[in-house]
Design a protein around this ligand. Sequence first.
Ligand code: G6P
Length: 489
Amino acid sequence: CEKQETRPARQRLLVVANRLPVSAIRRGEESWSLEISAGGLVSALLGVKEFEARWIGWAGVNVPDEAGQRALTKALAEKMCIPVFLDEDIVHQYYNGYCNNILWPLFHYLGLPQEDRLATTRSFQSQFAAYKKANQMFADVVNKHYEEGDVVWCHDYHLMFLPKCLKKYNSEMKVGWFLHTPFPSSEIHRTLPSRSELLHSVLAADLVGFHTYDYARHFVSACTRILGLEGTPEGVEDQGRLTRVAAFPIGIDSHRFIRALDAPQVQDRINELKRTFTGRKVMLGVDRLDMIKGIPQKILAFEKFLEENSEWQQKVVLLQIAVPTRTDVPEYQKLTSQVHEIVGRINGRFGTLTAVPIHHLDRSLDFYALCALYAVTDVALVTSLRDGMNLVSYEFVACQESKKGVLILSEFAGAAQSLGAGAILVNPWNITEVASSIAQALNMPPEEREKRHEHNFEHVKNHTAQEWAETFVSELNDTVVEADLRKRK
Ligand code: G6P
């Protein structure tokens, strides 16, 4: 994507995330087909009307040859996307290694991998070096495409080193950073060998955002306790420079879900599902197949429920959609086999010749199929062990206007702070408690279900992803960068 000759009418927003919102599939030496993934961030940014968004990120494929890179860059430019090319070794060390084997589990309170800490310090260091190198590669691409007046929004734990790299290039660049995962207690963060370097780098941003007030508070505590800086109600102060830190809870494009329910293909699916599960209550789990989602614990709680409530044994079915993710990381491979083993055992134990209690799918569903599934569900089980926000809980609520089903929600998901009043909150580690919440949900009187649903529906309908993005970006745009201040003096 070449620099444009004329400036666009709207201010430009450069959205930098590890993954671009498109998947690229190679069709030939110089031919690519692109599939847009209509994820939360994409629809959120469609709502930011005063800015023209451009995406910068990794296309998720290895493109070693220049001809392929040129062709992909050209194809992506039409989708307002700019690729960062990472080779296989960097992806292995940065993405599989430092991001998904170290930062991700740590930020979700699963600790650092023991073997890395004890035996392979070298590998820990080389993963961190690759992380910094990858972040620098993102910075190079941003810098190449940056034009004066642009606002740069960096996303997530993959890019904690980016704000610092960008400010080194240009201290006048307006840089925001938002974390989509939890930020853990400072006592957890301080176990990370590179704890200070990462904090200092994030603090180079002008605005730092989290989903909840608690995560923001943890971040400020980490800066005060580990770096010895001063925390103020506004953020963190370092030698007279303030980095603003605040909570910006994300939402979904609720109207897209509500509208979809009227689409003929969704109505057909709903009728089909109702016929398939006649006489049975439908319970639903939709998760990426990730340790933090607590899928084994959830299924074990369902088993306990069946064990203790034999009258429900043929009258309820659990549909678990487990979307494969990060399949090159060994921990994720282990989890897949573990889940399959538990599901097989429970189906063997409670199944009949014609029905099984758990339908487990290792794949994603398309948007319309998902909406239909949400709409026929009686009880949704969102029982993450930790989760930044969890938007499945929001999507379920958005699709429940006619059914008014019950949401069982982990108290360790960010969403518990917004949907806690309408949901049944549980500690997902407590299998007995989750089992009895399932019984409570299935036996809940309609008036109570309605009241709880209305409470959550109002929230989901009104706190949209668009509003989230707009608030963050306009707040970022209003921050006065240090270089401006110096000029004014
Ligand atoms: C989480 C992270 C996102 C990430 C997504 C999917 O929600 O916060 O940054 O894109 O998981 O994970 P993947 O590693 O497959 O991109």
